[in-house]
Design a protein around this ligand. Structure first.
Ligand SMILES: O=C(O)CCC(=O)C(=O)O
Length: 285
């Protein structure tokens, strides 16, 4: 990346994040930088992996992106992103996960149901957020995200199907259906970022534009947020600002660890060793 100025967030943007649960910061990256990131997205390292995983024509949420191309590793640590999230998370920040968020050219694919991110990866507190880096202009036609204003103040909502299994989709449908005036389509230009709180309800429709919608998501957490459930990825815990302090901060509340089928709670909980877990599973526990 070229020499950069590091403006961070204005007080109004910090306030907007706290009031609405999301904020858009326009034109963080130059056109040349966007081109560099598009080239990384189109590189063999990424495209061959998409091909191998058979996800090229679907909603492409290719995880562990920072490990797959140095441009994305640099981006996760970019001082302009770090300057924007420091006022929201504090000085000590880690990556929780990274992913490509490209919707393919296949018309009508790429819908992503309404959800709260933290339900995928419960932590001891809610000092987590996601940064979406836009590599194309986001529009309703190409499947931009919509967010429900203020929903981060509602606390964790039900994401379980009728069998009690986590499937990543919020069941409180009335929340966005009954108050359409509170639903905001997030439509930044390429080179911009949006930031949303881990409890902000959001989703995105299919891409019907016939063009790819390219983007990158980084989910970050405060150093004192310890993960309770689901997956520890290759790049989970990557320190992007400050340092690890070994502190845990707990917010009151009860979290449902996301079971995604069978008895798999992911690798994060560390409550049970692998052998004991296998034994428990034999006994359906
Ligand atoms: O790719 C999208 O449009 C949705 C991404 C999203 O909702 C997420 O990463 O939590």
């Amino acid at each position: 990346m070229s020499t950069v100025t590091i403006p961070g967030l204005s007080p109004d943007q910090v306030q907007a994040y706290h009031d609405d649960g999301f904020v858009v910061i326009a034109d963080i990256f130059t056109a040349a930088e966007v081109e560099e990131l598009r080239a990384a997205e189109g590189s063999p390292a990424i495209q061959q992996k998409l091909e191998a995983d058979g996800i090229k024509t679907k909603t492409v949420h290719l995880l562990e992106l920072t490990t797959r191309h140095p441009a994305f590793h640099r981006l996760a640590r970019d001082p302009r992103i770090v300057a924007c999230i420091t006022p929201l998370l504090g000085a000590d920040i880690q990556l929780q996960h990274s992913k490509l968020a490209t919707k393919s050219v296949t018309k009508g694919t790429g819908e992503f149901g309404w959800h709260q991110d933290i339900m995928f990866y419960p932590h001891t507190n809610t000092s987590l957020l996601s940064v979406f880096v836009y590599l194309d202009d986001a529009t309703p036609e190409n499947g931009c995200m919509s967010m429900l204003k203020g929903s981060h103040k509602l606390g964790p909502l039900n994401h379980l199907d009728e069998n009690g299994k986590f499937d990543g989709v919020c069941r409180a449908t009335h929340l966005w259906r009954d108050q359409p005036d509170q639903v905001v389509a997030i439509t930044p230009k390429a080179g911009s970022i949006s930031i949303h709180h881990c409890l902000t309800l959001h989703g995105s429709p299919a891409n019907v534009s016939g063009r790819p919608r390219r983007g990158v998501v980084f989910s970050y957490r405060a150093d004192d947020a310890q993960q309770l459930g689901d997956t520890i990825f290759q790049d989970t815990g990557l320190v992007v600002a400050g340092r690890r302090r070994g502190l845990t901060r707990c917010e009151p509340g009860t979290w449902i660890l996301p079971r995604r089928g069978g008895h798999n709670y992911g690798s994060a909980h560390h409550q049970v060793g692998p052998w004991a877990q296998a034994e428990n599973e034999k006994n359906n526990l």
